[in-house]
Design a binder for this molecule. Sequence first.
Ligand SMILES: Nc1nc2c(c(=O)[nH]1)N[C@H]1C(S)=C(S)[C@@H](COP(=O)(O)O)O[C@H]1N2
Ligand SMILES: [Mo]
Length: 434
Amino acid sequence: MSLSKHELQPEGIRRLLAANGAGGEELDRFDRMTSRRGFLSCVGKGAALAGLGVLGAGPDAAVRGLFGRGLLPGAWAATAGTGLPKPEMIVHSADPFNGEFPPHLLDDAVTPTSRHFVRNNGGIPERARSRDLQDWKLTVDGEVRTPRAFSYDDLGRLPQVTRRLVVECAGNGRSLFAPAVGGTQWIRGAVACSEWTGVRLRDVLQAAGLTEKAVYLGNHGEDRPVFSRGIPVDKAMDEHTLIALKMNGEPLPAAHGFPARLLVPGWIGSSMQKWLHRIQVRDTVHDSRHMSGYSYRVPAYPVAPGHKPPEADMAIATSWVVKSLITAPRPEAEVQRGVPVQVRGHAWAGEGRVARVLVSTDFGVHWQETRLTPPPNRYAWYGWSAELTLAGRGYYEIWARAFDETGNAQPFRQPWNPKGYLGNVIHRVPVRAA
Ligand SMILES: Nc1nc2c(c(=O)[nH]1)N[C@H]1C(S)=C(S)[C@@H](COP(=O)(O)O)O[C@H]1N2
Ligand SMILES: [Mo]
């Protein structure tokens, strides 16, 4: 195996174009499309496929492919004033905006805001773009003794906590599912671990006072079309669950939920409502569209690849599972044989704790232990690193496999589900030793 088409970088697509006879003008157009105007410096699956399409259809198809994916300059109006796309981002769609970073750009222990993926189901609210706090309130109603409305300043006066927390889209890794499933074709970069500051959700809920009937929250954001999900009261009352007001020390950026968003540590990103303005405490599980059917739900039992079980057999996806990322070396790096190379990355385990990360350079025949750096707080990712020496020249793949404290490890092949959620197949990085 060499690199999958999903892991192609723009340089790779450019090489393909050139190898297939694209001249200066076409290459100029490709460069304009992918970087000069800062729209995209890296492109996702759609464009990678378009790039491959060139093999049969001629270089123009690649450029048309980019436009055909809704990456027309006009679609970028929806991101005006939001700072999107971030430089070097792999952009999957402009409206709604979805983009991620390749793993070698996620090397920091604390992900800078400039490298945090963005996942939107709808538009970014006007309030977030203009940073308008007039008439903004967070209301808490439903199964509470006293319905409450908190202004931004009210929230700011409650005790503030700062935590490093992993945010990961349930669909991260979706492009690696076989057979392919629909939806944004995330590669591996819809995950990050930034530093979030805000109030404990439980402080806000306790101020309103939960009734005995309270079992679930329905959370509501200001984006349209409506995207609303919820979490059980138990998880809401956990001391780690936050309403964040700041990301990496700054008020939330528009794209990440200004003025307030939820952080539900260890759980899938979709539970972390952005642009939060209403919490409805419920006496039953939240029943919005994104809580039902196949949306953010996984089969209650393992299914054969390609098999879609009946809706009644689907269960709400909650915690993430054990995973790791290789952030160095970068794919296709040239390393010197006989000289130790530093291999490193991150590991995390949803509600669990990471116990060890092993690495292999021979397709899993031999494994080597790595050094783990535990995070400063629960629910942040661990660092891991090792020195590896490739004795001879040739093609190698670095594989990483994380284990949690109960012995769960990452699988070698991706178990399948209809929407491509919770993908945690081991990460493989190809390198060459010379
Ligand atoms: N209001 C609202 N909240 C939302 C979403 C959304 O579309 N609307 N997307 C969710 C999903 S699916 C994910 S993975 C995370 C992504 O957070 P980020 O964009 O800050 O990385 O936000 C979640 N919160
Ligand atoms: Mo997500």
